[in-house]
Ligand binder design. Structure first.
Ligand code: NAD
Length: 485
């Protein structure tokens, strides 16, 4: 496959199946575009349904040996993978900037965060405990073991090319599952690079298979109708997640789904405004707003709405925009032309329905897919961007007057991934956190992600959790043995 000059040497561009690098069976390719220039970055092999079948076969053939590898040894391989990611962090970060466009500072944070999943799950590999108890009748014992669930298909989005992969690979390998990873076609290179590191770390042939493809709707259903596959872990949009749940139902495949969000960011009038602005910048602008956890709607108490709006706009206006690898850049381009059009159309719809532009609200002409940091105020309740993911650097602000009103506004969505709230009153903070319909809450914090914590959503934001101890349990089944002695 073609390897263009901007790519660091040694970044693989072929499929990785059964421990071998190879082109796709019909020689089709994905053209990976640099979002900062709109130019071709690399041509990567695009797996066919037949290639996916071979990847499942390789995973299936290695499954029973891999689950017998002592947990300590599986943990040590993951630990080496953590160390290799850390040693190569600059190269991984630069690679992510090239294929995803994010600012290098965001890429460095992501690499560190992504590597932590290998470290955390290297530790969890030896902590898969079971249960032994007396049956209530006293007639026998109840033993419960945790066993690897089997071959896992992992599907990841483009917005965090390293972290979304390691958040799945780490617990799957720790639990003793072989995997087939299908990364997003916009950003396949980071996943292929990770496969190379995992091999170097000692993962046996066939245990990790990586099959980029721009023919997802042909390739993925085949794997989900294959009885050798026992697990699907998907991160992506709710729309695609919903269709994969349907596909997975025929073979009753166990599904973990990390889907879209529509996070409210609530600021009460008793909040520390400096802290709220700092948190808002992280919750909104980390990864240029292209995060499932991105603050999508700001609800600010009417007494402080005007101050908050002008201060947030001032900070957003000061961000340096440009290609992610340039010194000091804080806001890179969006992933592709379609994503930028969507952001533009959501902003246009809000303005047409009465929102006022405080900052930005236009794309940046020229090379790449840049959009200005944008703040909108007085956004009416019916505006489309309050009800769906913006996935861009746009902060819509709505004012509210009472606690009950803001809880109702925040919960009026089919999504339920994360909510943020700022208040100086601890009682109110905990009360509102409990009332919010989301799997996670940032209480006086604009960042919740942590490899040691259970990440995930309620309602149509997902099923299951990644990270923490819960993350590894998603790759296991309970085996109950009734016995007497
Ligand atoms: P997407 O749903 O378009 O794609 C996700 C993955 O599914 C990609 O690998 C893609 O190639 C694949 N895919 C797309 N269509 C498919 C089909 N018909 N059949 C099988 N596979 C298919 O999402 P995206 O645009 O890559 O990512 C952005 C979305 O991901 C946002 O909605 C975001 O909120 C969500 N996300 C969620 C989390 C979370 O943890 N909850 C984290 C990151 C991103």
């Amino acid at each position: 496959m073609q390897h263009l000059s901007q790519l660091p040497n040694g970044v693989p561009t072929q499929l990785f199946i059964g421990g071998k690098w190879r082109d796709s069976s019909d020689n089709k390719v994905i053209e990976v575009i640099d979002p900062a220039t709109s130019e071709l970055l690399a041509k990567v092999s695009s797996a066919s349904a037949g290639d996916a079948d071979q990847a499942v076969e390789a995973a299936y053939n290695s499954q029973s040996d891999w689950e017998k590898v002592p947990p300590r040894e599986r943990g040590e391989i993951l630990r080496r993978a953590f160390e290799l990611m850390t040693e190569n962090s600059e190269e991984i970060s630069r690679l992510m900037v090239l294929e995803n466009g994010k600012a290098i500072a965001d890429a460095r944070s992501e690499t560190a965060y992504a590597a932590e999943f290998f470290r955390w799950y290297s530790e969890e590999a030896v902590r898969l405990t079971g249960i032994v108890q007396h049956a209530p009748s006293g007639s026998n014992r109840i033993m419960v073991l945790r066993q690897a669930i089997g071959v896992a298909v992992l599907i990841t989005p483009w917005n965090f090319p390293a972290a979304m992969a390691t958040r799945k690979i780490g617990p799957a390998l720790a639990a003793g599952c072989s995997i087939v990873l299908k990364p997003a076609s916009d950003t396949p290179l980071t996943a292929l690079y990770l496969a190379k590191l995992l091999t170097k770390a000692g993962v046996p042939e066939g245990v990790v298979n990586v099959i980029p493809s721009n023919r997802s709707s042909e390739v993925v259903p085949g794997m989900l109708h294959d009885p050798r596959v026992r697990k699907l872990s998907f991160t992506g949009s709710t729309e695609v997640g919903r269709s994969l749940l349907r596909e997975a139902s025929d073979c009753i495949i166990n599904c973990s789904m990390e889907l879209g969000g529509n996070a409210p960011f609530i600021v009460f009038d008793d909040a520390d405004i400096d802290a709220a602005i700092e948190g808002a910048m992280v919750a909104k602008m980390r990864n240029g707003g292209e995060a499932c956890t991105a603050a999508n709607r700001f609800y600010v108490h009417e007494k402080i709405a005007s101050e908050f709006t002008s201060r947030l706009a001032k900070q957003m206006a000061a961000l340096k925009v440009g290609p992610g690898l340039e010194d000091g850049v804080q806001l890179g381009p969006l992933i592709n032309a379609q994503a930028r059009e969507k952001v533009g159309s959501l902003v246009g719809n809000a303005v047409n329905s009465g929102a006022k532009v405080e900052l930005g609200a236009e794309e940046i002409k020229g090379k790449g897919f840049f959009y200005k940091a944008t703040v909108l105020r007085d956004v009416p309740a019916g505006a489309q961007l309050l009800n769906e993911e913006i996935f861009g650097p746009v902060a819509p602000i709505v004012s509210f007057s009472s606690e009950d009103e803001v809880i109702e506004l925040a919960n009026a969505t089919e999504f339920g991934l994360v909510s943020y709230l700022y208040t100086g009153n601890l009682k109110r903070g905990l009360r509102v956190a409990e009332a919010l319909g989301s799997g996670m809450v940032g209480l006086n914090r604009g960042l919740v992600s942590d490899p040691a914590a259970p990440f995930g959503g309620v309602k149509q934001s997902g099923i299951g959790r990644e990270g923490g101890h819960e993350g590894v349990l998603e790759y296991t089944e309970s085996k109950y043995i009734a016995t007497s002695w």
